[in-house]
Design a binder for this molecule. Structure first.
Ligand code: ZN
Length: 422
């Protein structure tokens, strides 16, 4: 340092980076913006641009999470009562998305050339995976080549797709399936007095019991509590919920829209609050929930091969783990997954518990004057109870006594199809 200050004086100042981060955060700015380099192809001029990270978790970036949440609330308010299907033209990619898409295309060409020349593609696969993540972050829907599990799984020459048993589980009821139309709005009901309304649904779903718990959520009998199933259900809850929505849309035959928040209960089991546009009967819900499961195809964990006293060693040269005694290369995760055969059983099957809470909501009626008790159709849920929180705040219903303190939940949302406010 040549600025003449003493080390002690410099230490007295807050770290510049931390201070800057704090100021940015206090003023509602993104604290982890993505830096992009844009080259003008005509002039060759290079400019650096910063783009907000777009995170949806408060712990990642408070400003972006707050923006995302108000956008969702706005979309909810705008879209919930829509009576017509909003036009849904495929939007053209914006500048940022186009930049990533171009980089992604270049990377794919380089990867294909490398693969054709028999070269190692690991580094390019990694790059492509990162570019896909950036694309997903900009809101591009659908994936290019990656699997839902998030791992690069390319259809390489000589490497077939993993074979898994696709037989329907015998222990699960079958579900009738209808072609899903692109309709998103629920059915309109007409009361005898001619008032028309379009009810919606609130649903709370949870995983089954793993054993009795005390008031503080800890197991009453740790010896018999099914910790393993509890942990695995929690890890795969999001996938299970995705499957439920998929099944529900196929069963109902329309593209039902929802807002949802996943939250941990006091016993740490996740549960999900969902608001659906449109009424779904309890009988239908019960059937779809019972028929919904998610199979986890992971290698068997029955045998402990290495305990803490003798763990595998990382081998820098191969970038793989080796057996500490024999020096033998251990299989990678992908190889272990490939070794699962068509006759093997899934490691875990996640399901929802049989209990669920469904409430009809007549507040979203087309005509607000309709009495909530005039349900003219037996398939419409009887709107028994209004939600105790106003629309917009129920998504953060962490005041429910069954919940852990607020701030621990993560949210997933599939907003009704409205245009983002410009
Ligand atoms: Zn941000």
């Amino acid at each position: 340092m040549t600025d003449g200050t003493t080390r002690a004086a410099r230490l007295a100042h807050p770290l510049a980076r931390d201070a800057l981060r704090q100021i940015t955060q206090d003023r509602g700015g993104c604290i982890r913006p993505v830096q992009l380099r844009r080259t003008d192809l005509d002039t060759g001029q290079v400019t650096q641009i910063l783009i907000p990270c777009g995170a949806t978790l408060d712990t990642t970036c408070p400003a972006c999470a707050k923006r995302a949440r108000s956008l969702r609330a706005e979309q909810c308010r705008d879209g919930w009562h829509l009576e017509n299907e909003p036009a849904d033209p495929a939007p053209a990619p914006d500048d940022q998305q186009e930049t990533w898409l171009t980089l992604r295309a270049h990377a794919q060409v380089r990867r294909d050339q490398a693969a054709a020349a028999g070269e190692d593609t690991a580094e390019l696969d990694q790059l492509i995976a990162e570019l896909d993540d950036e694309l997903a972050r900009t809101g591009i829907r659908g994936s290019l080549t990656r699997t839902a599990a998030g791992t690069a799984d390319y259809q390489q020459a000589g490497r077939a797709r993993r074979a898994r048993s696709t037989r329907h589980r015998q222990d699960t009821p079958d579900l009738p399936r209808r072609p899903v139309s692109s309709r998103t709005t629920g059915k309109v009901y007409t009361a005898p007095d001619g008032t028309r309304y379009r009810p919606s649904m609130f649903l709370t779903l949870t995983c089954d019991s793993y054993g009795r718990v005390r008031d503080d959520g800890t197991p009453a009998d740790p010896g018999s509590y099914d910790y393993q199933r509890a942990a695995r259900d929690a890890i795969h809850f999001a996938a299970l919920f995705d499957r439920l929505i998929q099944n529900l849309r196929r069963y109902l035959g329309y593209d039902v829209q929802y807002f949802a928040a996943v939250e941990p209960q006091r016993r740490l089991a996740p549960h999900v609050h969902v608001a659906f546009r449109g009424a779904i009967s309890r009988a239908d819900l019960r059937q779809v929930i019972a028929a919904t499961y998610h199979q986890v195809w992971w290698p068997s964990t029955d045998t402990v091969r290495y305990d803490t006293g003798q763990a595998p060693v990382w081998h820098e040269g191969t970038g793989r783990y080796v057996d500490p005694d024999t020096g033998e290369l251990l299989p990678t995760w992908d190889q272990a997954l490939d070794a699962i055969g068509i006759d093997d059983q899934p490691l875990h099957v996640a399901r929802f518990g049989p209990k669920f809470d469904a409430q009809g909501d007549a507040a979203s009626a087309t005509s607000r004057s309709t009495s909530p008790n005039t349900s003219p159709d037996a398939t419409a849920p009887t709107p028994t109870r209004r939600p105790t929180t106003p629309p917009g705040s129920w998504m953060r219903s962490a005041t429910n006594p069954a919940h852990r303190p607020a701030g621990t939940g993560s949210a997933t949302a599939s907003p009704p199809r409205t245009r983002d406010p410009a």
